[in-house]
Write a protein that binds this ligand. Structure first.
Ligand code: FPP
Ligand code: MG
Length: 295
């Protein structure tokens, strides 16, 4: 992973703007899930650290823009760039990072570059869908999972597929692994929003529903509520929740096992991911760490 950090530092230095370096250093690197995945799939390829750096820069750019869109003030435990330096700077820093990442893609074969580049169109579509869906209460599981696939899974899928091409491995099976890992990852994220606290998460807890996001545990809860409680839940959508309302949601979720049902789906997707790479131990350990994570 040190090679990836060195590549990231090199790319940031090449941007040749002190303000960008300063702002980038203020970001917390995060879990680097996508980079770890690329190194596990193509450990011996000389360009794997660069590909990993590219994907991490795209991911960082997407979070900078996402925090502007979500008006979030905290990211990975530190104040977001839009909170410290304003939304204009956050948007432009994102633009600089992802355009730099795209420039670096030209050093890769056409198929690798195309897979990564088109996943960014998909994730941008996913973000737009997420915003549109948050305008209304959504209880459609398929619609939600289709959006999650675009918003979160496509970049992970493309990282797995592209690095498999580099390594001469079965790229379609690795794409399946990446897609299922990505979906499972986001479902765990949805669960942690409900079960973890702000300190552990590095961002506000119980915030998805306030942001309008009807995540999987809310969809499963809604399915099981009686007519009166369905109405009550719908009325809480996008509302800043007080302690009583949070307790009500959590109690109802416990009663109807909404979190457990969501976790089962994450587990099922994770198992499918495992099967796709025929129990490759390195990739299985990434899945296990991801599914057992607490933040
Ligand atoms: C986090 O979702 C957001 C994403 C995974 C994708 C965001 C994508 C864009 C803003 C498209 C633009 C892309 C580029 C490269 C500039 P979330 O809000 O559910 O998660 P969170 O709780 O961590 O904020
Ligand atoms: Mg967000």
């Amino acid at each position: 992973m040190q090679r990836v950090e060195n590549e990231i530092a090199r790319l940031i230095k090449e941007i040749d703007y002190d303000e960008v370096t300063r702002l980038f250093e203020m970001l917390s690197g995060g879990k680097r899930l996508r980079a770890k995945l690329i190194l596990k799939i193509a450990p011996n390829h000389e360009k794997a650290p660069l590909l990993a750096a590219i994907v991490e820069l795209i991911h960082a750019a997407s979070l900078l823009h996402d925090d502007v869109i979500d008006e979030a003030s905290l990211r990975r435990g530190v104040p977001s760039v839009n909170a410290t330096d304003g939304s204009k700077i956050a948007v432009m820093l994102g633009d600089i990072l992802y355009s730099k990442a795209f420039t670096e893609l030209i050093d890769f074969d056409r198929d690798v570059a195309k897979i990564v580049a088109s996943s960014v169109t998909a994730l941008s579509k996913g973000e737009m869908l997420d915003v549109k869906m948050a305008e209304n209460f959504n209880s459609d599981e398929k619609k939600y999972l289709d959006m999650l696939y675009l918003k979160t899974a496509t970049l992970i899928e493309s990282a797995a597929e592209a690095s498999a091409i580099l390594a001469g491995k079965d790229s379609s099976q690795h794409a399946i692994y990446g897609r299922n890992l990505g979906l499972s990852f986001q479902i765990i994220d949805d669960i942690l929003d409900i079960t973890a606290d702000e300190k552990t998460l590095g961002k506000p807890a119980m915030n998805d529903f306030v942001e309008g996001k009807c995540t999987l545990p809310y969809i499963y809860l809604y399915e099981n509520l009686n007519t009166e409680d369905k109405e009550k839940l719908k009325n809480l959508h996008t509302k800043k929740l007080d302690t009583l309302e949070i307790t009500w949601i959590k109690e109802k979720m416990a009663e109807h096992k909404s979190v457990e049902k969501s976790f089962s789906l994450a587990q099922k997707l994770s198992n499918e991911a495992m099967l796709a790479v025929k129990d490759d131990t390195g990739l299985v350990s990434i899945l296990q760490t991801m599914i057992q994570r607490s933040y």
